[in-house]
Write a protein that binds this ligand. Structure first.
Ligand code: PSU
Ligand code: MN
Length: 308
């Protein structure tokens, strides 16, 4: 661990103490706050997620870049600040870190940068909603999220609700296979598709308990295998959306993005916001529930991992 030596890394006192004592800690990303949900539901959700992690025995560490520091453990005020500023905060991926840190700027961390900072801090488990992946049409656009490369190289377990079908799920799985990232279904053999429990694509392994998730990741760490593990946790049945409704909204959002020529880092936030508008907020409600569900599983898994 090099958190003492890195002048850009700043742990909150609570997170620092928990890590020192070997207590379970769960990392949380901040792009989901600034770019993934509208204000004020983004801030409310971020705080509920933190509470859920506490209720299940772990310490939450919301991760962001504030004033050129990589923070592991944001304050309530910092979460409120990121949530209010929304899309005006820079969405920070791996390539953005050097300049943002050198300039003392702020940035909302994606799955990629949250994994990097979690790993620097010594946090092994990270809960979020959805990950980036291979976009539809990537054969032409080359639009493949840096999240997949990070999963290939940084040793953090990422617990999500699968990937949205704004992506090409089949190609996303192929990419993860090539990169040697285990894709686990929690209580399922099928990759969940974020808003719905089914995608038609199989996962590598089904695991049914937090203890077994922890044991598998511990084995990876013990062998010094670089890279993470992707745990896909289906949205609870009662909150899952009608597949036809959500797929129609996704198709519409994709064709609008295409018409407007949306590309690069704007692509994912544009599609997320469009889908939310088109489904009249139902997708937001589902989004909130699946994040809470992932936070709970992440906390239980971090607890199990802390016993290894
Ligand atoms: N997918 C979601 N919600 C999100 C994101 C993706 O369902 O909030 C965010 C995450 O921060 C993810 C990032 O890491 O978008 C991926 O962006 P891109 O596709 O530009 O790599
Ligand atoms: Mn992209």
């Amino acid at each position: 661990m090099n958190n003492m030596k890195n002048p850009y890394l700043s742990l909150s006192p609570e997170v620092a103490k928990a890590l020192e004592e070997g207590k379970p800690v769960v990392a949380l990303e901040s792009t989901i706050i600034s770019h993934g949900m509208p204000y004020p539901q983004n801030v409310e959700t971020a705080l509920r997620v933190e509470q859920t992690i506490r209720d299940n025995g772990a310490v939450p560490a919301t991760i962001a870049i504030i004033g050129g520091k990589m923070k592991a453990g944001c304050t309530k005020e910092e979460i409120e600040y990121l949530g209010k500023k929304g899309q005006a905060v820079i969405k920070a991926s791996r390539r953005d870190l050097p300049v943002l840190l050198a300039r003392g700027e702020d940035g909302a961390t994606t799955v990629t940068t949250t994994m990097i900072i979690a790993s620097l801090a010594g946090i092994k488990v990270f809960a979020t909603g959805g990950i980036g992946g291979v976009h539809r049409g990537a054969q032409q656009t080359f639009d493949i999220s840096a999240d997949l490369e990070e999963l290939a190289q940084t040793q953090v377990m990422v617990i999500c609700a699968g990937a949205k079908s704004i992506l090409d799920l089949g190609l996303t799985l192929e990419y993860l296979e090539t990169k040697g990232v285990p894709v686990i279904g929690y209580g399922t053999d099928e990759l969940p598709a974020f808003y719905t429990r089914h995608s038609g694509f199989g996962v590598d392994y089904r695991i049914d308990t937090p203890e077994e998730l922890a044991a598998a990741f511990q084995a990876k760490i013990a062998c010094g295998l670089k890279g993470g593990m992707l745990v896909t946790n289906p949205i609870p049945e009662e909150y899952s959306m009608d597949a036809d409704v959500i797929n129609a909204a996704i198709e519409k959002a994709l064709s609008e993005a295409d018409k407007k020529g949306v590309h690069g880092k704007q692509c994912t936030p544009f599609l997320l916001a469009k889908v939310k508008d088109l489904t009249g907020g139902d997708s937001l409600a589902a989004n909130i529930q699946l994040v809470l569900n992932n936070a709970r599983l992440a906390a239980l898994t971090a607890v199990a991992l802390s016993k290894h």
